[in-house]
Design a protein around this ligand. Structure first.
Ligand code: GLP
Length: 246
């Protein structure tokens, strides 16, 4: 695990965006696994800036999503498809046919998940998977459980996660209770993992996830086993980690 300590959210976002841009420059047809939530918002903003300045091109990039709410269509303003389309894809030169999203509206969930995993396999796997850290240690929508999940699957969300994500929803009564997500072992198959974490409210879980025991009760702790895992976190998020951790 490599840790990059940054001053604040803005600095974290630029550092992580630079890592993604460098990969895309070296390997223009990279398969990027993209995450949603508040943490990566700044990354997308900086990647758009780099693209607008002609410093990076996404014309050959393939992109897959990490997770999606069950029951929401890609045009629903609270879906992750809508988030990625409006905040990133529509602002850069990625080709529509190179975007592979989970269809939250497909009620045939086993088929949807199996087809998604097959698509990733067909792309040759994910070159870089971007991740945020849930307040309870979840990654994607892999909630704390007695065992680690494997492939893409449909899952129920904890009250804590529903509450944490509620600020994105105008009508809080309509927050989905289920979601589709890549599994922990699917995430671990990505060639590189890049996680961004910001703020003192994540300090305790970050310390437990990456400096405590590996346990499915903290799904992110599995990332300790990955051979190419970069954590870009700000000082506040790293404030409870061992002093020599960076
Ligand atoms: C959601 C997403 C995760 C994300 C997490 C943290 O539950 N499914 O992929 O990493 O929230 O979100 P935030 O970055 O808003 O703290």
């Amino acid at each position: 695990m490599k840790i990059i300590k940054t001053r604040d959210y803005e600095h974290m976002s630029r550092q992580a965006a630079n890592i993604i841009a460098a990969l895309v420059t070296l390997q223009p047809d990279s398969v990027l696994g993209l995450a949603t939530g508040s943490s990566p918002l700044g990354i997308y903003k900086h990647l758009i800036g780099l693209y607008e300045h002609g410093d990076v091109s996404f014309d050959r990039v393939r992109a897959v999503t990490l997770d999606e709410y069950a029951g929401l269509s890609s045009t629903h303003p609270d879906s992750f498809a809508y988030y990625l389309n409006s905040r990133f894809f529509s602002r850069v030169n990625i080709a529509a046919e190179n975007i592979y999203l989970l269809n939250g509206e497909n009620a045939a969930h086993q088929e949807e998940c199996a087809a998604f995993d097959k698509r990733i396999q067909g792309l040759g796997g994910v070159d870089l998977q971007l991740l945020g850290l849930g307040g309870n240690g979840h990654i994607g929508f892999n909630e704390p459980k007695p065992s680690f999940s494997k492939g893409t699957h449909r899952t129920s969300l904890t009250e804590e996660t529903i509450e944490a994500n509620s600020h994105f929803f105008e009508d809080k009564r309509k927050i989905p209770t289920h979601a589709y997500t890549m599994g922990v072992s699917g995430i671990m198959q990505a060639k590189r993992l890049l996680m961004v974490v910001s703020g003192e409210q994540k300090a305790e879980i970050l310390n437990k996830a990456f400096f405590g025991p590996i346990t499915p009760e903290i799904p992110a702790s599995a990332l300790q086993f990955h051979s190419d895992f970069t954590l870009v976190a700000d000082e506040a998020a790293l404030s409870l980690c061992p002093p020599d951790c960076v």
